[in-house]
Write a protein that binds this ligand. Sequence first.
Ligand SMILES: [Zn+2]
Length: 332
Amino acid sequence: MPKAKPPVESKPAKKNMKTKLPAKAVSKRKVTGECLIPPRAPDEVLQHLKGEGSKEEAQYIREYVENECRKDNERVTFLEKVKTEYVLGQAHDCWNVHTDKEPHWVITGPTNLYTQALFPSLDYTISFHLGLMLRLNSKRTGTEDPRMGDRLAAAFRRWEQAAVALDESVESEDIQAVGMRCREALLAFIRSVSRANMVPAGEVKPQTSNFVEWSKLVANAIAPSSHNEHIRGYLKAVAKETWQLAGWLTHAVNASRHDGTIVVDATHSVIEAFGAALIRQERKTPERCGKCGSLRLVALYKPELDVDGAACLSCGWEFRPDEESSNSEEDT
Ligand SMILES: [Zn+2]
């Protein structure tokens, strides 16, 4: 987004006020003494007067903005949570963030940044943000989790093709073909995650196209131990049912768009549910804060650094797998 120059800050009014004012504004009452408009308070002073927003949330927003504006090396000088807007059950926090170069709005859910020079009104910006998010979501992008999107790219790409085919379907034959595409997405998922060592010793390795058998082996591997018993059971059940459902659709002569929608959504649920278990196992990041137990963790995923950590929004605890020191809190 091209950046416009920041608005000029109001300067103290000149002592001589005899400039041309519109006729209506001229009062007959004489003003005695000096009329000074105070200059804008410095950001360091304002920073102590702000209200809402926890320290940890502020830190997250600060890092987000400085990371987004790293090209111009902008530093955050002031930030304040202005309001939280609830739309369709989702909270969107609105932050007023000033850097040493210009002021921005930051709106969360998902987080995005807008230059105030181009978006002077917050209300207008919220409407723009929500519209943008709605359009992005309608694009059937598979997943919002970049890590899962990378790991299961082949499966999500095929699922997106199935979803687009459903959107563009006209007749039952088109919808039947969606069932085949969903099965292809499920097989692509299995190809991405199955490993020969998932097959127990002495058992025969299932064929690549045997989705149901492979899904059981994958579920055993990514959701092991008694703690995951119900997760494992759910994964196996939903995989088998969805595979059979997609198979039924390919032969359903009178298939309607509703049938297609159920199968496309079910396929997505399988990939997401298995994907969540898979990522949790491979990532090895905590699901709750190691210091205060809160679940309000945000991922510290920076592609350029390949950092795979997490930060707690409740107490500020940080987990960085490459730094042993982040865990040392528990020892003190
Ligand atoms: Zn915490």
